[in-house]
Design a protein. Sequence first.
Length: 282
Amino acid sequence: MIVDGHQHFWDPARADYPWMDAPELTPLRRAFGPADLAPLLKDNGIDASILVQCRSALAETEEFLRIAHTTPSVIGVVGWADLTDAALGETLEKLRAAPGGDKLIGIRHQVHDEADPDWLLREDVQRGLTAVFAHDLAYDFLVRTRELPAAIATAQAFPQARFVLDHAAKPPIADGGSNEWSDRIAALAACGNVWCKVSGLATEAVWSDWNAERLFPFVAHAATCFGEDRLIFGSDWPVCLLAGSYGEIKSALEACLMKLGPQVREKAFGVNAKAAYRLAVG
């Protein structure tokens, strides 16, 4: 099974997405749903996808689970729930009992939008993560270089938990990269319980001037750090449309991964996502 480990659905006419307010994100301010993604998956040889949260709202998680319940290609949902809520355990139980609840595989929060770079280390957040892992869910790190020290400390605090780093922590590709990013994701990978999504990279480059060759050093560094068993392909559709089509993004990342070896590509396009999220699929 070939898996897109990271994609989104949304409809700005029905909900608020504060991160879309920037003028350059205007192309994204329309509805994107399963009917839009289905032909792209078919045309690009993708069998299934993982649907990932877009806003801090429990209602979205519930909606995504309903979508997963009726959309066979969505094999997992990384949803949102309030990590600071003392009743988080009860909330997760309700989500699991709802239609599509068996597709809930992880939780995510937009940590890089928090003012505090150490938000993950707050006592109430750490308590919430304890509840997440008690329910055998993974946790997706949505962080940049600034928040990586807190992510490292969190991965170390929960050595038996499963973490997934989204978008390789958004390396500053447009600026040529940074040693700080390189060193910090190496330290995160050394924790041993973190997988890395090679996703969202083209939108960290100059949108109108990128190619697989420009992305390759960052994919290669992630591969060096995490190894072939902990890399996961993700399109980051439809955010990726700012920089290129679904096919262009998939082809570029596939070229980068193939350059590292066919087994690296094969594992990143399915096997590793199933392991990170404990997906019960073929």
